[in-house]
Design a binder for this molecule. Structure first.
Ligand SMILES: [Zn+2]
Length: 498
């Protein structure tokens, strides 16, 4: 299976132009009229400078396109087992999309401080005493009133558990799994780049290639977002906890890569996957801190997701291209994070996701396919999680059937993508199915975490095209899977009794 699937043909590939890291640079829209009419000379100068900047950008872009396509894409999607063939999934999450080029302007607000130099992290630190942040999450509007009768009042699913990890331990975490989370985060710290970003090719800098399995995908917004998410998931923000500086530098980097368009803030670097993940991170960081510097950025990222939604309610490679389940899953999670942060998400956007899911479901919504109802394990886990966030009641026959299906499958040995989604489904479900799942999943991840050399604290599961996301992707997903007890509170916590 690893080499059995031919590489997918790129759909009209052209990555969003990566822009040099001058965070104060403002690259005005092509053809956008100068608004000032009282200084024609300055306007002409501006035009000349703008032309020069664009010429340079075109050269940079051409170079990047030449060196990055078509071989360096990571589908990001890993399949349940060798016996399950889900070829389309393999091309999904990291596929290049056509950029929106009508306006290009760097987002120019600032997090308080520029990136500091990366410390030469001791990869063998005494594991810090397990600090259990006790800070209470602020007053977060979890369920805006405009949702009205579309949904029921939110029963759970919030972020407050992140600040009370010790209090959530009764939900299934162990001392070993919590230590694994901390070790995993330290591995991420050790592989952050000097500009605050992460790269799927993690070897740059202090690593010096000591860790195997570098990824090949080149999306730095995707890599940075997926690396930041586990810090937030464990309660570490840019304003609190021992990883504050790491998180702040990462958020700062995302900010420098934000491209303001007339339809919102584009963080794709060529892939809607990165847009979804970066949006999740920005929304959650804002929700957890209420840091006003993040609000416009997070809102703009959500706006862009809404703009990119297809008429069938889903998302895919291209803007407004009829959707598929995997790309759609990341965008819905981003929109839900925005809701939790009290940001603006239009009700029709969410409602249309249900319409899309209707087109790929089977067995009354127990199973889900990729772009049609042919069921597959990974897309089933995604579809079920989406339905849960879209307020299907626990008594829904589709959810009951789907959970039974996942329960019978059990965790995968090498598909971290399936495990990440299915673990969340089972955690929201709770009950004996959750206990059964967790006992296997948690201890398997604890056992498979590396404790060797510079790889100490990381994971890598060889599976299909997992090499494109590499060790960084596998590690981030494994950490978040082990954070399930507190990363999102169970959605049905008040309704299940056994
Ligand atoms: Zn390393």
């Amino acid at each position: 299976m690893v080499s059995g699937t031919p590489p997918p043909a790129p759909p009209a590939p052209r990555p969003t132009p990566p822009v040099p890291l001058d965070t104060c640079a403002r690259i005005e829209a092509v053809g956008k009229a100068e608004s000032s009419s009282d200084d024609r000379g300055r306007s002409v100068l501006s035009f000349l400078v703008s032309g020069l900047v664009h010429a340079v950008l075109m050269i940079v872009l051409a170079t990047l396109v030449a060196v990055s396509l078509p071989g360096n894409r990571w589908d990001g999607s890993l399949i349940l087992s060798a016996s399950v063939d889900e070829p389309e999934l393999e091309r999904e999450l990291m596929i290049t999309a056509t950029p929106s080029v009508n306006t290009v302007r760097r987002h120019d607000t600032h997090l308080p401080l520029p990136p500091a130099p990366v410390p030469d992290v001791d990869l063998y630190p005494e594991l810090p005493p397990s600090e259990k942040p006790t800070m209470q999450l602020g007053d977060i509007s979890l369920w805006p009133a405009e949702w009205g009768n579309l949904v029921h009042p939110l029963m759970g699913g919030g972020l407050e558990g992140r600040f009370n990890r010790a209090g959530r331990s009764g939900d299934g975490a162990s001392d070993e799994s919590e230590a694994a989370v901390e070790r995993g985060l330290w591995w991420l710290v050790a592989h952050q780049r000097p500009d605050g970003s992460w790269n799927f090719d993690h070897r740059e800098g202090n690593c010096r290639g000591l860790c195997r399995n570098p990824g090949t995908n080149t999306s730095t917004t995707g890599a940075t977002a997926i690396a930041l998410a586990p810090f937030l998931g464990a309660g570490y923000t840019h304003l609190n906890g021992q990883h504050a500086e790491t998180v702040r530098r990462g958020l700062y980097y995302l900010q420098t890569r934000a491209v303001t368009t007339s339809n919102g803030i584009d963080l794709r670097e060529g892939t809607m996957y990165a847009q979804g993940l970066a949006s999740i991170v920005l929304c959650e960081a804002y929700a957890m801190t209420k840091d006003g510097d993040l609000k416009d950025l997070a809102q703009g990222a959500l706006d862009f997701i809404e703009y990119a939604q297809a008429k069938n309610g889903g998302w895919r490679y291209e803007l407004q291209e009829p959707g598929d389940t995997t790309v759609t899953g990341w965008q819905l999670m981003a929109l839900k994070s925005g809701e939790m942060a009290g940001l603006r998400v239009r009700s029709p956007t969410m409602y249309m996701v249900n319409d899309f899911l209707d087109t790929v479901q089977s067995e009354e919504g127990a199973k889900y396919g990729y772009q049609d109802p042919s069921p597959r394990p990974a897309t089933t886990a995604i579809g079920l999680l989406c339905r849960m966030y879209l307020r299907w009641p626990r008594s829904h026959p589709g959810l009951m059937g789907g959970v039974h299906y996942l329960d019978e499958l059990g965790p995968s040995e090498n598909n971290i993508y399936f495990n990440y989604y299915a673990t969340q489904v089972m955690h929201h479900w709770q009950g004996s199915e959750w206990k059964r799942w967790n006992d296997r999943m948690r201890d398997y991840l604890v056992r498979t975490q590396s404790n060797q050399g510079h790889e100490n604290g990381s994971w890598y599961f060889e599976h299909n095209h997992s090499g494109e996301g590499g060790r960084l992707y596998n590690t981030a997903m494994a950490i978040m899977t082990l954070e399930v007890y507190y990363r999102y509170m169970p959605l049905y916590r008040d309704s299940w009794k056994e």
